[in-house]
Every structure is written in C-alpha cells, then in structure tokens.
Design a protein around this ligand. Structure first.
Ligand SMILES: [Zn+2]
Length: 404
C-alpha cells in the first residue's frame, strides 16, 4: 500500500479506478489490528466490525474518499471484504453469519446539523447532537417470505422500501403466476430497527435561533438501544432525502433529510451513568462529617450566578429534603418537593439555577401540546408550525436565544 502512495497522484487515480475496491478493502483488513478484531468477532459472536476511519485514510486515502462520496456502493464492498477475511480467520463462524457489517467510526469532519443540505445527499457524513427522542426497538423485515396460494411455493423478496413488497410473480418456474401471496412470518428475516431524533447542541446554536433536529435511523442489533434521550452522540451515516407523501396528492417536491446510521458513538453519558470511584466515595464520606456541609452545597449551586442565596438554599433543601416513609416491611426515600420537580415560575435566574443544577437536559423542552414547560420563562403558549415542523412560542416574554 505504501509503495502505491509514493506514485504520482494521477497514476494513483487511474490505478484506483482499475483495482477492485473489494480487494483494496481486503488488503486493508489484512493489517494486524483488524485481523485480530475479525478473529475476536467469532469468539464474541458479533456480526459487525468497527473500523476507525482514520486507519483507512492512512492506509488508502483514495479508497476512503470514494467511501465518503459513494457510501452505498463502497459499504457493500467493505462488508463483502470483511466477510472474505472472516472466512479466512474463522471459516465455521463465517458460514454461520453470512453477512458482516463494517461500521466506520469518526470521520475527520463533523457536519453541523444546521449546515446539512442538498450537497450531502447520498454521502457519508458525521453529525453530532443530543438525543431528544428514541422510539422503541421494532423488528424490521429485511427479506420477506411469501407463499404462493396456488402452488405453495415460497418466494423470498429482499426489502429495501419503507413498504412491504410481495413478489411480482411466483418464483417457481412451473407456476410464475401473479397469484395471491401469503406472508410467512416464520420464514422471514427480521432485523432490529429504531429511530432516534437528535437536536443541535446548545453551544452550536446561533443567538435567536431554534435548535434544529434530525431523524436518525438505526438498523442492527448492535447499534439500536445504545443512545438514550439526553446522551450526546456522534453518528456516522448516509444522508438521505425522502419526499413526504400526502394522501391522494402524491409526493412533495421538498424533501426531508434523515440519516441512515452506520455507526453511533456516545460522546457523553448522562450524569446518573457516571460511577463514583472509591476515592470519590471516601471524599464524600469525609465531607459528610462536616456539620456545616449545607453551606458548601449552597455555595456550589450555580456559582456563576451572583446572590440569590435564599433561592439556592431553598433548592438545596428541596433536593435533599423529603420525609422518608418507614413502612412495616420497607423504607421508602421521601418524595421531593413538588415545586422542585416541575418548575413553573418565570425568573430567569431561578430557572438558570435550576437548569444548571438539576436539569442538564433542559434543551428538550417542547414535548407535548399542552404539557410543554419552558425553562426560559415563557409560559406554555407554544404553537406548532406544521409546515416547518418546528416549534415557536407566542409568549410576550420571549427571550433572545429562545429557550436557552
Ligand atoms: Zn406459484
């Protein structure tokens, strides 16, 4: 591979066009790092291989470029090459799984959600955002089995469209009728799928703008249910544009963008997921001995906001307060004060304190029609702009950098 890189650019390009991409992916996967990862797949029973995009870029940059430009074609080549390599490393396991998915981690450049546009359609891109919504994991048909009602023969149809497609004619050469087909669930291949919605990170938000969001489609047992609402994620995937269909009218001219994810990386977990180390535990126990500990806690709440000691103090008592219930068989921790659970007042400082202190996910505010509670101090008069698919507020107290 190195020898090829030393040749002239032009020669490299022509050579790149001549060489089979699958062979080049295979060459790349023969490196020690990925041979090891591939042989580990058989042991751990995985069907996907995570490849650091940087490694591919270093080993064969024209191939990496082609992958970004025409991912549909090159991802197929990569998957086939991975399967070929698995057949060498673990032939028995390879014959069991039949399909291997390569997942590429970390493109050199992140596209801001706001910048995503028509130039990215059909290309591989990496976007970052905060997960605001996640659907349950649903099984999706990848290969449907249909039984012909006339001859009983079963035809298999690979499914790529959003709708389940029956075969046009019976696959039995002796029958070939357009016959009525029965869907055979037991014979059908399913894969786990999930849809999540990510939203722009607050720090990428220009003043006075609503955060934008984007739907991400996840397919495959190894990438569904990894990201939960509140997680900050980076997703590598193919940008797709789909025309919304109106009943009885047809497809619209303006398309919607979404991403078919190839890989999803969680950049930061929510605070609850962080485990305390033994040292931290020791520190916490040490602090607990201090009779004036509550003063320290009060001072540590939203230190960037000057004053409001009485509010901060109230928040501390709300956070740690609550009367425990001692029942005959079980002890229940006291419920928090209701005012602390659902903030309603409109003082911006108070709400900032609250946000910093205990609502780190306060970016996701507008959820239901009437249940939307906004930290920004706007009352719940939100309205949905259906044409834009976004929310706006009608409050007179609307602030710059809405909801921030
Ligand atoms: Zn038939």
């Amino acid at each position: 591979m190195e020898a090829k890189n030393t040749q002239g650019d032009e020669r490299e390009l022509t050579e790149a066009a001549v060489l089979d991409p699958q062979e080049r992916f295979l060459d790349f996967l023969k490196s020690e790092k990925y041979r090891q990862r591939i042989s580990q797949m058989a042991i751990s029973g995985k069907t996907s291989l995570v490849v650091d995009f940087e490694d591919l870029l270093l080993a064969d940059s024209p191939l990496a470029e082609s992958l970004v430009k025409t991912p549909d074609e090159y991802l197929e080549h990569a998957n086939r090459a991975a399967l070929a390599q698995l057949q060498i490393e673990a032939p028995v396991y390879a014959s069991e799984v039949e399909v291997i998915t390569i997942r590429f981690r970390g493109l050199p450049e992140t596209v801001h959600l706001r910048m995503l546009g028509s130039v990215h359609i059909g290309k591989l891109a990496m976007v970052e955002g905060i997960v605001v919504r996640a659907t349950p994991v649903n099984p999706m048909v990848t290969r449907g089995a249909f039984r012909c009602k006339r001859c009983g023969n079963i035809s298999y149809v690979d499914q790529t469209t959003p709708f389940l497609r029956a075969p046009l004619v019976c696959s039995d050469p002796a029958c070939q009728r357009k016959g009525i087909f029965d869907f055979m669930q037991e014979e059908t291949l399913f894969v786990d799928s999930q849809q999540i919605r990510i939203q722009e990170r607050p720090e990428h938000l220009p003043p006075g703008q609503l955060p934008r969001s984007l739907n991400i489609k996840l397919v495959g047992r190894d990438i569904v249910d990894i990201a939960r609402p509140g997680d900050h994620v980076a997703t590598v995937g193919v940008v797709r544009a789909v025309a919304p269909t109106l009943p009885k009218v047809g497809k619209l001219r303006v398309f919607n963008l979404h991403i078919d994810a190839n890989y999803i990386d969680i950049l930061s977990k929510e605070p609850e997921a962080v485990l305390t180390s033994p040292e931290e535990e020791k520190q916490i126990l040490e602090l607990a001995k201090d009779p004036w500990i509550h003063r320290k806690v009060i001072r540590s709440i939203a230190p960037s906001i000057y004053g409001y000691e009485h509010i901060k103090e109230a928040i501390v008592y709300l956070l740690f307060g609550g009367v425990p219930k001692h029942l005959a068989d079980i002890n229940i921790r006291g419920t928090k004060h209701p005012a602390n659970r659902r903030p309603r007042d409109s003082q911006i400082s108070a709400s900032s304190i609250r946000r910093q202190n205990r609502s780190p996910r306060s970016i996701y505010l507008w959820k239901g029609n009437n249940s939307s509670w906004l930290n920004s101090g706007c009352s719940k008069r939100t309205q949905r702009r259906n044409d834009l698919g976004s929310w706006s507020t009608r409050s007179s107290r609307q602030r710059r950098g809405l909801h921030r």
